[in-house]
Design a protein around this ligand. Structure first.
Ligand SMILES: Cc1ncc(COP(=O)(O)O)c(C=O)c1O
Length: 369
């Protein structure tokens, strides 16, 4: 049995430290925000090249508050991609703004900057690129067009902790960067968590207030806020895990390299990293025209795979009201039909990868591309 991810193996490798960190929070009774969260905010912001970090209760909350801090609201438009997890679009919807999609670059699965200019209207307020699968979006042309039109750039870095674009860390290139610490993410809490990072003190102040009922100080509510606070126990756990993140990321990158070697010459389209990026392989997605049969063949040999994501957001029933139709974003639609995510996590062994590759090559030879 080769699981798609193995959270138990990772916990086993750091159990004494995590257990002690949790015990410390229990002793301190700082269950929500508190010292551990404050330390983690500084450490993670520094790791990601940000100045200020604001810990929140999910990546979705980070995106929501980032948009609000940027002044996005009803009547505004925000540009993003349909080939993403639904949360990206949900966060825009929460503000009352309208989502406007542009297609992806089929090589990197991230926003194609060439499509942005045509999507801009007088109502456009922000651009939200997604660093999908751990591959950074092509930020320089995105930032250039944003500056030209006076738009805020909010990076959805939920899947890309520590990824780099031309030597710069994701989350630090736009105006605000948003991360998720959902358990299966490259840096995962043992529950929910997220963070917004920014170099802009006004955005930091606004997000910091909005996550805690919009209060400037206790019971003095200057904004209509939310209960989006990060829990103390999660902050303490994430501080422990952050110390391992670089090692885990390198293990993911090595595993991706190993898949590349094992599957080379097979004709199976493998993920490609642009030459100027550090891909952190949250997801390792191959492409196949025979996905259902391939997935079934792997499953029959005890190998779990995933599909991220089977339907682009513009074709999801929940977002029908945006008014898009099939055929409008062909690269996103094709990717949604073809991607298949192989097991990928730091603890994945070379032997396990050899088993995955053997099963895949065997099924591929029988089924075709
Ligand atoms: C691309 C993307 N954006 C946003 C989110 C939302 O993060 P969370 O689940 O922490 O709310 C996720 C993950 O779930 C994601 O993958």
């Amino acid at each position: 049995m080769i699981p798609f991810v193995d959270l138990k193996a990772q916990y086993a490798s750091i159990k004494p430290e995590v257990d002690a960190a949790i015990q410390d929070v229990l002793n301190s009774c700082q269950f929500t925000l508190g010292a551990e969260v404050a330390e983690f905010e500084m450490e993670f912001a520094a790791y990601s090249g940000g100045i200020r970090g604001i810990g929140v209760n999910s990546g979705t909350s980070a995106l929501h508050l980032a948009l609000l801090a940027a002044g996005v609201g009803p009547g505004d438009e925000v540009i993003t991609v349909p080939f993403t997890f639904v949360a990206t679009v949900a966060a825009i919807h929460y503000t009352g703004a309208k989502t406007v999609f542009v297609d992806i670059d089929p090589k990197t699965f991230t926003m194609d900057p060439a499509g942005i200019e045509a999507a801009i209207t007088s109502r456009t307020k922000a651009i939200m690129p997604v660093h999908l699968y751990g591959h950074p979006a092509d930020m320089d042309p995105i930032l250039t067009v944003a500056r030209k039109h006076g738009l805020t750039v909010i990076e959805d870095a939920a899947q890309a902790h520590g990824a780099e674009y031309k030597g710069r860390r994701v989350g630090s290139m736009g105006d605000i960067g948003c991360f998720s610490f959902y358990p299966g993410k490259n840096l995962g809490a043992y529950g929910e968590g997220g963070m917004a990072i920014t170099a802009n003190p006004e955005y930091a102040r606004t997000i910091g207030m909005l996550r805690d009922w919009g209060a400037e100080k206790k019971y003095h509510h200057v904004l209509k806020g939310y209960n989006y606070r990060l829990e103390g126990i999660q902050g303490a756990i994430l501080r422990v895990k952050l110390r391992y993140l670089e090692g885990w990321t390198e293990a993911r990158r090595a595993a991706a390299g190993r898949y590349g070697t094992l599957l080379a010459g097979s004709g199976i389209p493998l993920p490609e990293a642009a030459p100027n990026v550090r891909h952190v392989y949250h997801i390792y997605a191959i492409r196949t025209q025979n996905r259902a049969a391939l997935q079934e063949a792997l499953q029959s040999r005890g190998i779990q795979t995933g599909i991220h994501y089977p339907t682009p957001v513009h074709l999801l029933p929940a977002y029908e009201d945006l008014g898009y139709r099939a055929g409008q974003f062909p690269h996103s639609e094709k990717a949604a039909d073809e991607v298949l995510s192989l097991p990928m996590y730091p603890e994945l062994t070379a032997a396990m990868q050899e088993e995955v590759a053997a099963a895949l090559l065997d099924a591929h030879a029988r089924l075709g591309p």
